[in-house]
Structures are given as structure tokens and as C-alpha cells.
Design a protein around this ligand. Structure first.
Ligand SMILES: Nc1ncnc2c1ncn2[C@@H]1O[C@H](COP(=O)(O)OP(=O)(O)OP(=O)(O)O)[C@@H](O)[C@H]1O
Length: 244
């Protein structure tokens, strides 16, 4: 099992009262699976994802990724895990404005190579940039997301949907074992949604575990399991109508 969330709770205080934004949530996810969580705004989905990838400490409960307890790691260990093992597609726009699209996508691989022996920031770049395996992989990802022609553009020149697709390419560059996607098709049209969901499905079929939060009914048929989140509690939904 790649992801094991066990009895996870996160409390916040609002107007002097404690409430559980995530309330005793347990779930497991294996390599090769794509799991979707749906739920109305404010029901705790982002809080759950943030605890899973170590951005937020739980009040109680545990998160284990690939055998490592995330909730007890120090900052240094966490950033290693986040860069090597987890690909996180966030809701917000997080591309760096002064880098081109291709350099944005390559950035995580340059700082934190998936295989420590393959490439480090101290290595000289290959004589020809077309030989650089990271660049080749970055271009292939942009290609599969239909935005390869934007490789030399800057983020300010892109639409919201294009930025989102570039962010997805960046999240996949290090071949993460766990992909976490917060509304990956949020601002995409039907055709782009299909491109993104087919890619996430393929990433799962190739052996990653994919956890996605979505409001998008068009994204659900690609999931193996669908959960709903309501007032911090997670429940499995009947997936009979959502099989691929
Ligand atoms: N740092 C915080 N302090 C206090 N309350 C918080 C904090 N972060 C989140 N909350 C509250 O916890 C609840 C769950 O928030 P969360 O962002 O996880 O919801 P969500 O389901 O992801 O919503 P959305 O779909 O709009 O992103 C909300 O009521 C929110 O106001």
C-alpha cells in the first residue's frame, strides 16, 4: 500500500470554538489506483490533502507514504519527500514568472532528481540541450498535455487552463509515486479535461497512486473509487455508475 491515512483529525478554532475540519478520516491507496474525493466547498478536502503531503500537522492520527510516517518528519525530510515521492498539483497558480514554461517544468528535476545518480545541479549540462534527458521528458509531458508549443513562453502569456496543464507537467517530472491533485481540471474546458484525466489515468496505470479532489463530474469516470467528504468526514460512494 502506498498511502495509508489512519484516523486523521485536524481541528481549528473559529470564534472561540474548536471544530474538526477533518474528522477521523481513514483511507488507503495502492499503486496503480486513482481515487477521487468530491465534496462541497469548505468540507475539509484541502485540509486533508495538506496533511497528507506534510504541509499541515494533524491534531491526531497518522499519514504513511511508502512506509514513511509523514506526520513526524522534520522540515528537511519533508521537503525531500515532497520533491522525490509526491507530485502535488495545487489549485493556485504557482509557476515562476521569470522562467519559461519548459524551465518551470524542469525545475523540480534540476533541484531534486528522482534518481540521485542521474543529474545534480552541480553536473555540467549536456553539450546539446536536446540530449538532456530531463528536457526530453519535460517536452514529452508538455506534448501529452497539448501545450508543447508553449515551451518557450512565459507564464504571463498563458491562459489559466494552459498554466494548469503546465503545473501538471511539472508535478509529474520526477515520476512521483504519489500524485496529489487539487481540482486538476478546475478551469479546463471539456476537451482539456479529457486530456488531463487520460494522462492522470495513464500515470496510475503506469504504477503511481493518484489522489484527486474534484468538483468535476466529467473527471469521475476515470477514478477507481470515489469518496465524498462532508463536514470533515469521508465516505465511499457507490462507484457502480463511475467505472471507466
Ligand atoms: N487555518 C485555518 N484556520 C481556521 N479554519 C480553517 C483553516 N483552514 C481551513 N479552515 C476551515 O476548515 C474548513 C475546511 O476547509 P478546507 O479548505 O479544507 O475545505 P475544502 O473542502 O478544501 O474547500 P474548497 O473546496 O473551497 O477548497 C473550512 O470551514 C475552513 O474555513
Amino acid at each position: 500500500m502506498l498511502l495509508d491515512v489512519n484516523d486523521l483529525t485536524r481541528e481549528f478554532i473559529r470564534r472561540g470554538k474548536t471544530f474538526a475540519a477533518v474528522d477521523h478520516v481513514s483511507l488507503t491507496l495502492d499503486s496503480g489506483q486513482l481515487l477521487a474525493i468530491v465534496g462541497r466547498s469548505g468540507n475539509g478536502k484541502s485540509t486533508l490533502l495538506n496533511m497528507i503531503c506534510g504541509l499541515l500537522r494533524p491534531t491526531s492520527g497518522t499519514v504513511t507514504i511508502d512506509g514513511v510516517r509523514v506526520d513526524v518528519l522534520n522540515d528537511r525530510e519533508l521537503s525531500r519527500l515532497r520533491n522525490r515521492t509526491i507530485g502535488f498539483v495545487t489549485q493556485g497558480q504557482t509557476l515562476l514568472a521569470n522562467l519559461t514554461v519548459i524551465d518551470n517544468v524542469m525545475l523540480p528535476a534540476t533541484f531534486f532528481p528522482a534518481d540521485p545518480a542521474s543529474h545534480t545541479i552541480l553536473d555540467p549540462r549536456p553539450a546539446s540541450t536536446s540530449d538532456d534527458p530531463i528536457r526530453v521528458r519535460a517536452m514529452a509531458l508538455l506534448e501529452s498535455l497539448g501545450v508543447a508549443d508553449l515551451a518557450e513562453s512565459y507564464p504571463r502569456e498563458l491562459s489559466g487552463g494552459e498554466m494548469r496543464r503546465v503545473s501538471i507537467a511539472r508535478a509529474l517530472i520526477n515520476e512521483p509515486k504519489l500524485v496529489i491533485a487539487d481540482e486538476p481540471t478546475g478551469d479546463l474546458d471539456a476537451q482539456s479535461t479529457e486530456i488531463v484525466m487520460r494522462l492522470l489515468r495513464r500515470v496510475a496505470d503506469d504504477g503511481a497512486a493518484v489522489l484527486m479532489v474534484t468538483h468535476d463530474a466529467d473527471a469521475l469516470p476515470y477514478a477507481d473509487r470515489v469518496y465524498t467528504m462532508d463536514a470533515g468526514r469521508l465516505a465511499e460512494r457507490d462507484t457502480a455508475n463511475h467505472g471507466v
